[in-house]
Ligand binder design. Structure first.
Ligand code: HEM
Length: 564
């Protein structure tokens, strides 16, 4: 009897689910057809697509970016269509992107299984919406300004950061931490028997460099590249992007979740990874709290690193918890320990793979264009001379060609070519005379904007000098938007530039990057979830001669006790 009821319940749930999915899928076609017959449409223009599947057949089997660009181009720069269950709006005109991304109605993030099946919920900064997002964004912005990770005045998306680098004491402090992280990176890249020729290792080390910068600069907790827990965490985050990619089919066709075992395997992997990162970040919060308490009671003896910069807190953890305590008195509940943990996780995720792949692209471009690499090395030498030190953020205004080359790499290979997907909020959006339904996923085709011949002369040419003005100073054209635009503009844009500048310059001080013997440099790309990543990564690092007394990137075998 129990079994009959159970089976009935399962069958009813299935029927309900299938009817609902089919009804929702056809809603769009009916709406589009109705609008077509009436000769007017309130929905933005776009392909009709197949029932149930929508435009899935048009976007699969290709490279993961081009079909979106083609559809947007075919419909005048803005196209609305459906991918299975998801409604999608793609924008490729810079004025449209800027206009839409300024609106509150376009400032949500898409619903995903990862976020909405209880694993994350409305937490943190990247996926959150509404008050949770706006309060966290305000707090992080203010904390980043205090900590020197964001200049108070400069809008770094429109002008050169050189001005912002006439450096505050807090930024100076961050610059030193970054130099320290780069120093450790170079040490590990050098290895005990000469520069590594293992490109998979170089990729992993570059990921650790990005992670260690977030840890030291945002959390005030420097980590060794050989710390096994730190290494595990960086690798789990890396893996998260691969697992995330497996999620995509379930997002557009949730019916696939019914295939026995398929969904459960992905979900379990996601949960396991989530547990590892939660455990790790909980540990870091505890570590910082203990350290700060010791500092305050004078227990650390050496002044500790908790309040390292002339009394200004050097950790988001400290600033967040202080604000939380203040607000507890006011009984506002938005800030909490669990929100803090998700926020840190988000910053780690946002700040590792983006930096890692940007640096990998820069290395590939240097191998491809040796004359540009030489010019940068000459520029660096003219500033550093015989000094035994790495380039620091303070040198930025003296190294315009180096900065311009970084910007050119970000133009031609923006690691988030669609930005980070936005979603239309619950009230729907009116945009340029159209009605965009609630929940529509919005993709900004940043890469198209960066390659549009209307804004860039010979856009396919790798030409750093396009970012230099007549006085030889760097500037950022309006349509250069690798960090997005509008209300959810990247919070780590300045930190990213600091990291890229310090790491890229450090690498070129120590090495000349060359193609592997007999192998052409491959600038081909693929999409990994939403990241633009190199298809292959094959290079040689050739050590450059240094002053005899130099300690840059020196290695000792003790650094290699732990497994790589
Ligand atoms: C080359 C490096 C980076 C690139 C190209 C990049 C690019 C972007 C883009 C395109 C967005 C989406 C903006 C939008 O929705 O309109 C974004 C969001 C974000 N980025 Fe970055 N990013 C980089 C590095 C970083 C770093 C180092 C951090 C901090 C550690 C960071 C933190 C964030 C955060 C928190 C958001 C979400 C902001 C929000 O939703 O309000 N990013 N980034």
């Amino acid at each position: 009897m129990y079994l009959i009821f159970f089976n009935l319940a399962v069958v009813s749930a299935l029927v309900f689910y299938i009817t609902r999915t089919v009804k929702r899928s056809f809603q769009y076609e009916v709406q589009q057809l109705y609008s077509f017959l009436r000769g007017s449409s309130k929905l933005p223009p776009g392909p009709l697509g197949l029932p149930f599947l929508g435009s899935i057949p048009s976007v699969t089997g290709m490279d993961g970016y081009t079909p979106f660009s083609q559809i947007a181009t075919a419909y005048g720069g803005m196209a609305y269509f459906r991918l299975g269950k998801k409604k999608v709006l793609v924008l490729r005109e810079p004025d449209m992107i800027k206009e839409a991304y300024k609106l509150a109605a376009f400032s949500d993030r898409p619903k995903t299984s990862f976020k909405d099946d209880g694993l994350i919920g409305n937490k943190g900064i990247i996926q959150s919406v509404g008050n949770v997002w706006s309060e966290h964004r305000r707090l992080i912005l203010s904390a980043f300004r205090t900590m020197g990770l964001k200049s108070a005045s400069a809008s770094s998306s429109s002008s050169s950061l050189a001005a912002a680098s006439s450096v505050s004491p807090a930024t100076q402090h961050i610059a030193e931490k970054m130099q320290h992280d780069v120093q450790e990176y170079l040490t590990f890249v050098a290895g005990p028997g000469g520069a590594t020729s293992d490109m998979a290792l170089l990729e992993r080390l570059t990921g650790r460099l990005a992670g260690s910068c977030v840890s030291s600069c945002v959390l005030g907790l420097p980590k060794s590249f050989a710390d096994p827990e730190f290494v595990e965490n960086v690798e789990v985050i890396e893996e998260g992007f691969h697992v995330g990619e497996k999620l995509a089919p379930f997002e557009v066709l949730p019916i696939l979740k019914m295939v026995p075992g398929l969904w459960r395997r992905v979900q379990e992997k996601m949960k396991r990874n989530h547990c590892v990162t939660c455990r790790y970040f909980k540990g870091l919060i505890r570590e910082k709290v203990t350290e700060t308490a010791a500092d305050q009671s004078g227990g650390s003896g050496d002044g500790g690193s908790g309040e390292a910069c002339q009394g200004s807190p050097d950790s988001l953890i400290t600033i967040y918890r202080r604000e939380m305590t203040k607000r507890e008195a006011l009984e506002t509940k938005i800030l909490s320990e669990i929100q803090l943990m998700q926020t840190i996780t988000d910053l780690f995720c946002a700040g590792t793979e983006t930096i890692k792949y940007s640096l990998m692209w820069m290395m590939l471009y240097m191998a491809k264009y040796p004359e540009i690499q030489q010019k940068i090395q000459d520029e660096i030498e003219s500033v550093i001379g015989d000094e035994d030190r790495l380039v620091s953020w303070n040198d930025l205004s003296l190294l315009p060609y180096t900065e311009a080359t970084i910007l050119e790499c970000l133009r031609l290979r923006p690691v988030l070519p669609f930005g980070h997907p936005r979603a239309v909020h619950d009230g729907g959006a009116e945009f340029r005379g159209y009605e965009v339904p609630k929940g529509t996923v919005v993709l900004a085709l940043i890469w198209d904007v960066h390659q549009d011949p209307r804004y860039w002369e010979n856009p396919q040419q790798f030409r750093p000098s396009r970012f230099l003005n007549a006085e030889g100073k760097t500037f950022r054209p309006d349509n250069f938007i690798p960090f997005g635009t509008g209300r959810r503009l990247c919070l780590g844009d300045q930190m990213a530039m600091m990291q890229l500048f310090t790491s890229f310059s450090g690498l070129l001080q120590r090495y000349t990057i060359a193609p592997k013997v007999g192998v052409q440099v491959d600038l081909n790309w693929k999409i990994l979830l939403s990241l633009l990543v190199p298809k292959t990564f094959q290079l040689d690092l050739i050590s450059r001669s240094r002053p005899a007394h130099s300690t840059l990137g020196q290695t000792s075998d003790s650094n290699f006790q732990h497994s790589m």
